[in-house]
Design a protein. Structure first.
Length: 245
């Protein structure tokens, strides 16, 4: 699953790489502030490229909410949905029949740019966090879907069965976020895709050779520690950890 992300790239870098424009310059100071660790269960604001306006970069709230809910019910919905993962992830295998996902998958797909994301590894009933990023330091583009509630966008990150690399790291759930290949970004946001086309993009694995992953501090998991600091994405070696890269 993908419940923790990192976005330290400035908005100009995101605009340049994805060839989009921030929807309103008033958001720039907010999103130019690096967030080295965003915990999805706090439902942070993040930037995304929405299918309906694929030329812009817009803010959205992480955690999808049914579009029929009024704005005042968003926070109560998150409290209710926490037992289902808070709407942070959507299993790609359920996209066409789930009561929320099926209303968004054809016309409200999105791209969520991140600097990296975190996944847990289990060894002897102990969890070790690992960080994933592009080895060339460019953004990773995660696939998502969204809903619109008045002026708010709420979104979720798509997941799928783990590739060999992710299966080694995320060795209990054996899931991974869907990372969109650069060559498929425009296609993912196209309005002409059918179910087969959509699943074809989702099922294409991102080249593992493009990824760098390593273990980091367990502070990531501690509610008593401010882990939104630049050192959280630094490598930490555990002598007892069998999985090493």
């Amino acid at each position: 699953m993908c419940f923790h992300t990192s976005i330290s790239h400035p908005t100009r870098k995101i605009e340049q790489q994805l060839k989009v424009t921030l929807s309103d310059d008033k958001f720039r100071p907010l999103f130019d502030t690096p967030n080295y660790h965003l915990n999805g269960f706090s439902h942070p604001n993040m930037l995304l490229v929405p299918q309906e306006k694929s030329e812009i970069l817009a803010p959205g709230v992480w955690g999808i909410v049914p579009s029929h809910k009024p704005v005042e019910d968003i926070k109560p919905y998150y409290k209710e949905a926490v037992k289902y993962g808070g709407g942070l992830n959507a299993r790609s295998e359920k996209l066409f029949d789930h009561f929320i996902y099926k209303n968004s998958i054809f016309n409200q797909r999105c791209v969520i740019p991140v600097s990296g994301f975190f996944e847990p590894h289990d060894q002897n009933n102990k969890k070790y966090p690992f960080y994933f990023k592009n080895s060339d330091e460019n953004l990773l583009c995660l696939a998502g879907i969204y809903t619109k509630i008045d002026s708010y966008i709420t979104f979720t990150i798509l997941t799928k069965k783990a590739s060999p690399l992710f299966e080694r790291v995320h060795n209990l759930k054996r899931r991974q976020p869907v990372i969109i290949n650069d060559s498929e970004l425009n296609n993912w946001l196209s309005s002409d895709l059918n179910e087969k086309d959509i699943m074809s993009i989702i099922n294409k694995d991102y080249p593992e050779s493009n990824l760098e992953t390593y273990s980091i501090s367990k502070d990531l998991f501690s509610p008593k520690v401010d882990s939104n600091i630049n050192t959280i994405i630094e490598k930490q070696v555990y002598k007892e950890l069998e999985l090493q890269f």
